[in-house]
Design a protein around this ligand. Structure first.
Ligand code: MRU
Length: 338
């Protein structure tokens, strides 16, 4: 990224407003917790690790001007702020992971060292994304074409991404790779963000509509699929952007490896299976009049889950910063817990 996806600057949070891309590359700032909540809810900042960072920085911002004179009062104020931020988006576990880390840091130090902890989360995420890239790189051969869905790039993390980290690392190591990016209805993260990031990096990218993936695979154009994740249950079931499950089924039918790339902060080993992952529902208008133009009759019923859960049996391997986990995931992920 030419500038960080999200950062703390002089008591404010600066972030790239991803709803404006690719037409406008603009940093906005949040100077209260309500605007951080709104930025997460409306996807100005999005992608599981970046949502976690926004939560951590948002919690710091929410108690930045606290006048509490003792720790119990301070802790109660902090809890109010973290509970509020936790209502912004339900599926990406990174948000809850980061808020818990901030709460635990306050509890441990009985002090206000929380900005340091939020900065640690950012630095760790940077390192994790680089490590994911290095591990995943070994799964790609020179000349491979990869299909990806949604955006799991630098915009979705502190920097460099997860699924896209694998592609960036392969490209930087001199492998000649190409990418097909699903446009990712209804909010077009693939078209607006992934295509933009890959083009910036000089990686050959071809945009397709989501419903073209089967044909592209049938034509023999794809050697593997790599996607990110919002929450991975103990058995490897993986929640990611709606449409990911379709890609996994298509990959299986066409005998193409299907990889998930995610930091261990995306693991939720407290959930036995993906059936327990809460799925966010989005507003009907995102389907009927996304980007300002009405494309469905007024009053039509809409169902719009933002995520789906890919069953573990469709996932060839899960790439984390600790290495490559293979089935059975109950065992391989248990040893990777964050
Ligand atoms: O609704 P979004 O844009 O936040 O959904 C993002 C995704 O589904 C990403 O693939 C996931 O968060 C991984 S980002 C490294």
């Amino acid at each position: 990224m030419p500038i960080p996806t999200i950062e703390w600057v002089d008591g404010r949070i600066h972030l790239i407003d991803q709803t404006l891309l690719p037409n406008e590359f603009k940093q906005i700032y949040c100077d209260d917790v309500e605007s951080v909540w709104e930025a997460i809810k409306s996807l100005r900042v999005r992608g599981a690790p970046a949502i976690g960072i926004a939560g951590a920085l948002g919690a710091v911002l929410g108690i930045w001007k606290s006048k509490a004179t003792n720790y119990p009062d301070f802790a109660a104020e902090l809890k109010k702020v973290t509970d509020y931020l936790a209502t912004s988006r339900p599926t990406a576990v990174n948000l809850f992971w980061a808020l818990t880390r901030i709460e635990q840091t306050a509890e441990k130090h009985k002090d206000r060292v929380l900005l340091d902890e939020a900065q640690n989360i950012i630095e760790e995420d940077r390192a994790r994304c680089r490590a994911i890239g290095q591990h995943g790189l070994n799964l790609l051969r020179n000349g491979d074409t990869i299909l990806t869905h949604c955006n799991a790039g630098g915009l979705a993390t502190s920097d460099y991404g997860t699924a896209l980290a694998v592609m960036f690392s392969a490209h930087e190591s001199g492998k000649n790779i190409s990418v097909y990016a699903d446009e990712t209805r209804p909010l077009l993260q693939g078209a607006r963000l992934t295509a933009w990031e890959l083009m910036q990096a000089g990686i050959d990218v071809t945009l397709i509509c989501d419903n073209m993936a089967a044909q592209v695979m049938k034509e023999g154009k794809i050697q593997c699929a790599i996607v990110g994740a919002d929450r991975i249950a103990a058995n490897g079931d993986t929640a990611n952007k709606i449409g990911t499950y379709n890609v996994a089924i298509l990959a299986k039918v066409h005998d193409i490896p299907f990889y998930v790339a995610a930091p261990t902060s995306t693991l939720d080993l407290s959930l036995k299976t993906g059936d327990l992952i809460p799925i966010e529902q989005r507003a009907a208008e995102e389907v009927t009049e996304g980007f300002g133009s009405r494309t469905a009759p007024e009053g039509v019923k809409v169902y719009s889950p933002a995520f789906d859960v890919t069953p573990a049996h469709l996932i060839t391997a899960i790439i984390t910063e600790k290495g490559i986990a293979h089935p059975p995931y109950e065992e391989s992920l248990a040893s990777q817990g964050d």
